[in-house]
Design a protein around this ligand. Structure first.
Ligand SMILES: Nc1ncnc2c1ncn2[C@@H]1O[C@H](COP(=O)(O)OP(=O)(O)OP(=O)(O)O)[C@@H](O)[C@H]1O
Ligand SMILES: [Zn+2]
Length: 508
C-alpha cells in the first residue's frame, strides 16, 4: 500500500500518515462563512483538500474516506445583509431573510467549487443545525472547570488547558504581552475566549442555560466534528490564517471536553493566495471572486491547474501568464485524451509525488512525462484534471499569422532600401513580447504562436509607446493590433470604436 506522508502542523514535521480506521479515514476542513461570493483565496483550500481526499480514496478505497466541510451560517455579516434587505423593503422575518441569504450564498459556493472540479464533501454540516451539540459541549466544559458563565456569556478558561499554544507555537504569556487579546469586564483573564454570547433582540438567537444568544465561531467546528466523527479523527485542515486563534481554540475546546480523545491527529494548513505580497482577503478589499474569473471565460480547470502548480505550503500569486500557460497545457492534453478511456490505474510517478506531502507540482511534472494518453487521463484525474464532466471548452481562437508575416516582410524590404532597420527590430520585438516567436532568414519570415495577448493589451502598449515618443515601437504594436482585429473579422467600425474606448480607458 502507498505510504502517504504529510506535514503535520502540530509536530512541524513531515510524518507517515496512518489512519485510525483504514475503513473510515476522516477529514474535516473548515468551510466558508456564507455571507458572500467566495474569493479566489477561499478556493485554494478547497482544491488542495480535494486532491488530498482523492489520494486517500485511491489508497484506502473509494468508500473508505469521510470528508466533511462545514458552512458557518451564524455571523454578523450575514445578519447585516439581512437587516439591510429588510430596511430596503424585503418581505419576511429576519430569520427568513437570513436563511435566504445563506441559501443563496451556499448555492453560489457549490456552483463555483463545482466549476473547479472539486467533489462535494460527504457531509456539509451547517452550524445552525448543531446548536444543541454546541450547548452540550459548552456545558461539559463548564462542568470540567474549563469554562465559566458571566453576564450572558460563556467563556473558555485558557489557563485551564496546559497545552494551549502548542499548535501555533505561541506561549500564553507572549500572547498577553503582545496584547492581541480583547479585555472585557466579564473575563477572568484577557486570554479567555467566547464560547457563547448574548444576541441583541432583533437578531437571531437560541435559548441556552446562559440566556438567549448564539455560539462563538470556534465552538462550531469542535461540536460539528465531534458529532460527525467522535472524539478522534485523522486530518483537520484549513488555511494557515486559521491556525491561530481558530484552530488553537478548537484544540483546547475539544481536548478539554473529551480528554480521552485525540481530536485531530494531523493538522494540514495551506498557505495563502496573495496579491502583491498580501493575503487576498475580504477585509483588505484586494480580492476578486472565482466567479469573476469564470465570467472572464477562464475555465475552472485552468484555475485548478494554476493552484496545483504551487505546493500548498507556499504562498502564491494569481497571474494572467500562469493562466495562459495552464490553458495551453490543458488544451494540448485535452486533445490528446479526447474519446479515450482512462487507464485502470494512475501512473506510479504521479501517485508517488502526491504521496510525498501532496507534491502537486511534482505530479504535474510527472504528467508531462507520460506518453500514453490513457495513462495521462487516469493520472490527471487523480489531481481532478481532465475529468469527464468538466464541460467542453470554446475553440482556441484560430490566429492567422500571415498578416503579421507579410507586414514584417514589407518592413524588411523597405529597410533594405532605406538602411534604417529600426522599424524591423521594433516589430520583431513587439511580436515576441506579444507571444509570437519570430524567425527571419533569407528564405523569408517564419512566425509561430506561443500565446497572444489581447487586442486591448496590445493597443495599450501602442499608446504607451506613443506617450514615450517611441514611434517605431508604437507603429509595430499598431500593426499587430490591426492584424489581430482583422483576424477576428472586426468590422472597420468596431475597430474604431474599440480603439476610442481603449484610448479613453488608457488616458484616464
Ligand atoms: N487568501 C487566501 N488564500 C488561501 N486560503 C484562504 C485565503 N483567505 C481565506 N482562505 C481560507 O478560506 C477558507 C474560508 O474562510 P472564511 O470563509 O473564513 O474566509 P473569509 O472570512 O471570507 O475570508 P477573508 O479571510 O478574506 O475575510 C478558510 O479555510 C481560510 O483559511
Ligand atoms: Zn473551523
Amino acid at each position: 500500500m502507498t505510504q502517504i506522508r504529510l506535514r503535520n502542523t502540530m509536530s512541524r514535521q513531515v510524518q507517515d500518515f496512518a489512519p485510525i480506521d483504514p475503513k473510515n479515514v476522516r477529514i474535516y476542513l473548515c468551510g466558508p462563512t456564507v455571507y458572500d461570493r467566495a474569493h479566489l483565496g477561499n478556493a485554494r483550500p478547497v482544491v488542495v483538500f480535494d486532491v488530498l481526499q482523492r489520494l486517500l480514496r485511491h489508497v484506502y478505497g473509494e468508500s473508505h474516506v469521510t470528508y466533511v466541510r462545514n458552512f458557518t451560517d451564524v455571523d454578523d455579516k450575514i445578519n447585516a445583509t439581512a437587516v439591510k434587505r429588510r430596511e430596503e423593503g424585503a418581505e419576511g422575518t429576519l430569520e427568513d431573510l437570513i436563511r435566504a441569504r445563506t441559501e443563496e450564498t451556499i448555492a453560489w459556493y457549490h456552483a463555483d467549487m463545482d466549476a473547479l472540479g472539486a467533489a462535494r464533501p460527504d457531509h456539509e454540516p451547517r452550524a445552525t443545525d448543531y446548536i444543541n451539540a454546541m450547548i452540550a459541549m459548552i456545558e461539559r466544559l463548564i462542568e470540567g472547570g474549563h469554562a465559566y458563565a458571566a453576564e450572558g456569556h460563556a467563556l473558555f478558561r485558557v489557563r485551564s488547558y496546559k497545552d494551549y499554544g502548542r499548535l501555533s507555537g505561541r506561549s500564553v504569556d507572549d500572547m498577553i504581552a503582545g496584547a492581541r487579546v480583547e479585555v472585557a469586564p466579564y473575563k477572568e483573564d484577557p486570554m479567555d475566549f467566547v464560547l457563547w454570547k448574548p444576541s441583541d433582540d432583533g437578531l437571531p438567537g437560541w435559548d441556552s442555560p446562559w440566556g438567549r444568544g448564539r455560539p462563538g465561531w470556534h465552538i462550531e467546528c469542535s461540536a460539528m466534528s465531534y458529532e460527525l466523527f467522535g472524539d478522534s479523527f485523522d486530518i483537520h485542515g484549513g488555511g494557515i490564517d486559521l491556525q491561530f486563534p481558530h484552530h488553537e481554540n478548537e484544540v483546547a475546546q475539544s481536548c478539554c471536553a473529551h480528554p480521552h480523545g485525540e481530536f485531530a491527529r494531523f493538522w494540514l494548513h495551506n498557505e495563502m493566495l496573495q496579491v502583491e505580497g498580501k493575503k487576498m482577503s475580504k477585509s483588505l478589499g484586494n480580492f476578486f471572486t472565482v466567479r469573476d474569473l469564470l465570467d472572464e471565460g477562464i475555465p475552472g480547470e485552468v484555475i485548478r491547474f494554476v493552484f496545483l502548480q504551487t505546493h500548498y505550503s507556499k504562498p502564491m500569486d494569481w497571474t494572467a501568464e500562469k493562466a495562459r500557460q495552464a490553458e495551453a497545457t490543458l488544451r494540448k492534453w485535452r486533445a490528446a485524451v479526447a474519446g479515450i478511456e482512462p487507464a485502470p490505474a494512475a501512473a506510479p510517478s504521479v501517485i508517488a509525488a502526491l504521496a510525498d506531502d501532496l507534491n502537486t507540482a511534482g505530479a504535474i511534472a510527472a504528467l508531462h512525462a507520460l506518453s500514453d494518453p490513457a495513462e495521462l487521463k487516469a493520472s490527471a484525474q487523480m489531481l481532478g484534471l481532465l475529468l469527464e464532466d468538466m464541460g467542453e471548452w470554446a475553440e482556441a481562437p484560430a490566429v492567422d499569422l500571415s498578416a503579421y508575416a507579410e507586414h514584417l516582410a514589407d518592413l524588411r524590404a523597405r529597410a533594405m532600401e532605406t538602411k534604417d532597420f529600426a522599424p524591423v527590430d521594433a516589430m520583431k520585438q513587439a511580436l515576441a513580447a506579444a507571444g509570437v516567436e519570430v524567425r527571419m532568414s533569407k528564405a523569408g519570415v517564419e512566425l509561430s504562436l506561443k500565446r497572444l495577448d489581447s487586442v486591448k493589451t496590445i493597443l495599450a502598449r501602442e499608446l504607451n509607446a506613443r506617450v514615450r515618443e517611441d514611434f517605431h515601437e508604437a507603429e509595430a504594436w499598431g500593426a499587430i493590433a490591426r492584424a489581430m482585429l482583422a483576424g477576428e473579422q472586426a468590422s472597420q467600425e468596431n475597430q474604431t470604436e474599440m480603439l476610442t474606448k481603449i484610448q479613453q480607458d488608457f488616458l484616464q
